[in-house]
Design a protein around this ligand. Structure first.
Ligand code: SF4
Ligand code: SF4
Length: 412
């Protein structure tokens, strides 16, 4: 691990005073521990593609208030924001927060396509109207000729189009009653595109919650968590304020998220006022909630499946609750759950990274696919919608752990 220490770094030429000193996020000691944990360092094997070097760039921007060069910018932009560096850093460097601050400081103007994407995920009504059109397109047989025509490539839509699954257009109901003696009521965070493309996981979550005695509310006015905006230098304030207001207005025991990417963002809403605190107090991860409230009498149907668990970066490095998934899967008698080797390395999805950096992302996905194949599992589970979509576009076999759990409910 320490082979990478100080690679290409000239200590004498750069005195401590002008280095990547970020006092409010702890001090980077340039120890290099983070380097071998960084997926882009694995790909490029150069120090410029390591967290340590990026921290220097962030320090330049945020502490010294200096402009950065095109190369520094390129290496910064290559970051997947997986935050693996943060997890191993002995100085507890707040890399994710620093990166987001730098994005805001850089004031990147989004290209027209990104602008359109931001608008769509901000506006659930527009998104909802787009879904039937997408479904028609996917059914029409136009996909192949359109791909062959090269038009999608010209419009920079080819990568996004390749990831398209069949969307569900109809809205979820506002409320799903418990189907056993009622113990309480929770609200479900469904996000923006996941509501249409990750419907199986959301319905599985509802079934499991209903089965353990909880009524589930799905407030229609909730919106995107804001992660894509925040990690790309756009303001997420309106989205955050809306979610806090919508969920705080509900009389529920908890607000639960099913996608770890959204959960990570929701758990880091910075609003320190009373409303923000109330929101965070009731926010919870569905795996942990199910585990905590699982009734002794509810026995799942046995299964002999071998399940490999993909641990999304947002779960490992932000929520840090991946053990809950293994514990929950143990509720299925006979099932064996193993961790994927190299779970600490990002699969390449990285929120919007799979679209903005398709080459890097594709290389990381290929590495992950090798690990998946070597696991020889019957199924791979991932608690993050983005990872599952990206991995499934290259071989399939990945589903949300809750989908697997819900299939084993005795009254299904
Ligand atoms: S592990 Fe932390 S302190 Fe060490 S080089 Fe990386 S960011 Fe700096
Ligand atoms: S967030 Fe991930 S990709 Fe970015 S520097 Fe840290 S480890 Fe590397």
């Amino acid at each position: 691990m320490f082979d990478f220490m100080d690679m290409g770094y000239d200590e004498a030429a750069e005195p401590m005073g002008s280095g990547p000193y970020i006092p409010d996020a702890g001090e980077c000691m340039r120890c290099g521990i983070c380097v071998s944990h960084c997926p882009t360092f694995r790909l490029f094997q150069i120090d410029e593609e390591s967290p340590r070097r990026r921290i220097r760039t962030l320090g330049k921007l945020l502490v010294e208030d200096q402009p950065i060069g095109a190369d520094e910018r390129r290496h910064l932009d290559n970051c997947l924001q997986c935050r693996a560096c943060e997890t191993v850093c002995p100085s507890r460097m707040a890399y994710g927060s620093l990166f987001d601050q730098a994005q805001t400081r850089l004031k990147t103007k989004p290209v027209w396509l990104a602008k359109l994407a931001f608008k769509l995920i901000e506006n659930k009504r527009w998104l909802g109207r787009l879904m039937p059109l997408l479904a028609v397109y996917l059914k029409s047989g136009l996909q192949k000729p359109l791909r062959r025509s090269g038009l999608l490539k010209k419009l920079h839509l080819a990568d996004a189009e390749a990831l398209l699954g069949k969307p569900v257009s109809r809205a979820l109901a506002d409320s799903y009653p418990a189907n056993t003696r009622k113990r309480g009521r929770v609200a479900l965070f469904t996000g923006c595109i996941a509501e249409h493309f990750d419907r199986d996981a959301l319905l599985a979550a509802i079934k499991l919650l209903n089965a353990i005695g909880y009524e589930v509310l799905v407030p229609p006015r909730q919106g995107c968590c804001g992660a894509i905006h925040q990690h790309n230098g756009q303001s997420a304030a309106a989205l955050i304020d809306n979610n806090i207001a919508v969920f705080n207005a509900l009389d529920v025991d908890a607000v639960l998220h099913t996608a770890t990417g959204c959960g990570a963002m929701l758990s880091e809403y910075q609003n320190d006022d009373e409303a923000g605190q109330r929101f965070r107090q009731r926010l919870g991860d569905i795996n942990e909630f199910l585990l905590k409230h699982w009734p002794d009498h509810l026995q799942l149907t046995p299964s002999t499946l071998k399940v490999a668990v993909h641990e999304p970066c947002s779960q490992r490095n932000v929520l840090k609750n991946q053990q809950a998934v293994y514990a929950l899967l143990q509720k299925i008698p006979g099932l064996s759950a193993v961790a994927l080797v190299d779970n600490a390395i990002c699969c390449g999805a990285g929120g919007s990274y799979m679209l903005t950096h398709p080459d890097n992302a594709g290389q990381l996905r290929a590495l992950k696919r090798q690990v998946i194949n070597a696991a020889s599992a019957d199924v791979v589970v991932s608690g993050n919608f983005g990872c599952a979509v990206y991995l499934n576009a290259d071989g399939g076999g990945v589903e949300h752990p809750l989908v697997l759990m819900a299939r084993q409910l005795p009254f299904m």
